[in-house]
Design a binder for this molecule. Structure first.
Ligand code: GLV
Ligand code: MN
Ligand code: MN
Length: 393
């Protein structure tokens, strides 16, 4: 069957309609929209002649040949319509015309419970038993959440696949600013994440003198400033760190905050630098907490290594990009995390990026021109065709 760009765009828009919120999408792993989307996807896989199944972790598989293509269909709390969805629907369209291809939508790439949880489980780096104890920010365990999507089959043996390609939006401004149509990924950054709890003394905001307070929010604010100073001497311009989730207790205007719970996440291309950043972050938090008279509790919630893309698979994507969008593509690193990081524990992987208007992602405003979506589909299909004919079907 020939590649059908209209069918690909129609499928992408159908998926966009499941959990649609304004211009964006909300499909948190295992919420009702995510479950509906995964059941819809399994039906599309079956219709395309693939052996469709949903494994115990919620990953949706469309099994065909030995080249695995895919990404994820869960979203951020305020997700864009393309983050993950693009790679899954492009993979489905390629599989319709290429019996050498299998397709997957991994579960919880966006880290409602862990970080890239579904692919981490499949890779063997995380057991289902351990994953079941991970909780979302409201305390719901992965083990309870996954009852919403019962397994219909076992996860496939990784040995049946020879390689993995993931097509994704860039999630940054580089391609769009340069007017380019594609990026071939060189490497994906590593990530670490910790959850921090600072405990002070909850008290009346009108009667507690300033010098007698143990204010957990003040500890958080001081930690943020101290981290900025400490990390400045350690990082490169490409290193990033983020306090992205904060919960204050009791979070009331007339109470001195007794507890601040927050995440610190940092990313870098070098494992050594991730280690040094971790040492500095832990030491800074200890210093700030002790100076402010606050209790400190730290727990590690995610750790993923930096990963280099496979040279042969990259070459297949580069050749296809040079043929489809000559002079309008580049090699580039990924600052975003992807399921490919975990799949790389099992087999060679590579990634293709499509541009993003204004570089806006993890936001309802995320969007890409249709012509660029289709160019990416053609590059993926070309690369897959080259690889599957070499592999033999
Ligand atoms: C995943 O989207 C990430 O980079 O956090
Ligand atoms: Mn994302
Ligand atoms: Mn993604």
């Amino acid at each position: 069957m020939r590649l059908d760009p209209d069918r690909f765009l129609t499928d992408l828009n159908t998926l966009r309609g499941i959990g649609a919120t304004g211009n964006g999408v909300v499909r948190r792993a295992f919420d009702p929209a995510d479950v509906t989307a995964r059941l819809w996807l399994a039906a599309q896989f079956s219709e395309a002649g693939l052996d469709a199944r949903i494994d115990a972790a919620g990953n949706v598989w469309g099994l065909g040949g030995p080249l695995l293509l895919g990404s994820h269909t869960d979203t951020q709390p305020e997700g864009g319509w393309l983050d993950g969805a693009l790679g899954v629907i492009a993979a489905l369209e390629v599989a319709r015309g290429n019996p050498g291809v299998s397709v997957v939508s991994f579960q919880d790439e966006e880290g409602r419970f862990g970080a890239t949880t579904g692919s981490e489980i499949w890779s063997g780096a995380l057991t289902l038993e351990t994953a079941d104890k991970l909780t979302d920010l409201d305390g719901l365990p992965f083990g309870a959440a996954r009852r919403a999507l019962p397994a219909t089959g076992a996860a496939p043996d990784p040995a049946r696949f020879r390689a993995y390609l993931e097509h994704h939006i860039e999630q940054g401004p580089v391609l769009d600013a340069a007017g380019e149509a594609a990026g071939v990924v060189t490497a994906i950054v590593g990530l670490r994440q910790i959850e921090v709890t600072l405990t002070g003394r909850q008290n009346h905001a009108g009667t507690t003198p300033m010098h007698l307070r143990a204010d957990a929010f003040r500890g958080l604010a001081e930690a943020d400033r101290a981290l900025r100073d400490t990390l400045a001497g350690l990082v490169t311009p490409a290193s990033v760190w983020t306090i992205g989730h904060v919960a204050l207790h009791p979070n009331a205007p007339s109470a001195v905050p007794g507890r601040a719970r927050f995440t610190i996440q940092w990313r870098d291309a070098e494992t050594d630098r991730l280690d040094r950043m971790e040492g500095a972050i832990r030491e800074t938090l200890e210093r700030v907490a002790s100076r402010a008279g606050l209790g400190l509790d730290l727990s590690a919630t995610a750790a993923l290594p930096p990963v280099t893309m496979d040279a042969t698979l990259r070459a297949a994507l580069r050749d296809a990009a040079a043929a489809q969008v000559p002079g309008r593509w580049r090699d580039m690193p990924s600052g975003a995390l992807h399921d490919a990081t975990n799949v790389a524990r099992l087999m060679p992987v590579a990634m293709l990026f499509s541009p993003l208007i204004g570089g806006i992602s993890h936001d309802f405003g995320e969007d890409t021109a249709e012509a660029d979506l289709v160019a990416g589909l053609r590059i993926l299909a070309d690369a897959a065709a080259g690889l599957t004919s070499r592999q033999g079907r």
